[in-house]
Ligand binder design. Sequence first.
Ligand code: DAT
Length: 172
Amino acid sequence: MLLPNILLTGTPGVGKTTLGKELASRSGLKYINVGDLAKEGQLYDGYDEEYDCPMLDEDRVVDELDNQMTEGGVIVDYHGCDFFPERWFHVVFVLRTNTSELYKRLETRGYNEKKLKDNIECEIFQVLYEEATASYKEEIVHQLSSNNPEELESNVNQILKWIEQWVKVHNS
Ligand code: DAT
């Protein structure tokens, strides 16, 4: 059976992981968190002193995932999307959160002032939305509001319906 690949992107803290795991458990699709994958495989290329974190080796991440993506049925979660092959994804969801709510979520993660400020600016200037529309066909890129549990539930239900429809169309 043909299954779609879904990209969940957006500023850190908008709820990609929460949505991705819930979707995976309710759809049977596989969830992949690119940050975790890089950590497990040490898919890094240098260190970013300014942000105090390792830098992703994007080519190795793509190599690592390519077979699974070609097979289909994968939900990918990452706060970036311009280095993934365009052919991988059938739909792209950019999660969006109000700045006051996002600030609260990131504060509880213990981010320092600079990291907090940069991430909030990233959300205000819709950096990830613009990256997504620059990297994929506009008609497959959708924004989803992710401020509260009701919106989470509604996003899960909407995407489950989208998956069901996609599967029907591509397997008939
Ligand atoms: P991300 O993977 O985008 O970094 P996350 O899924 O780890 O984000 O969520 C960050 C925090 O916010 C976490 O404590 C769960 C919470 N959260 C996620 N989606 C939410 C929503 N729709 N409403 C309220 N809280 C949410």
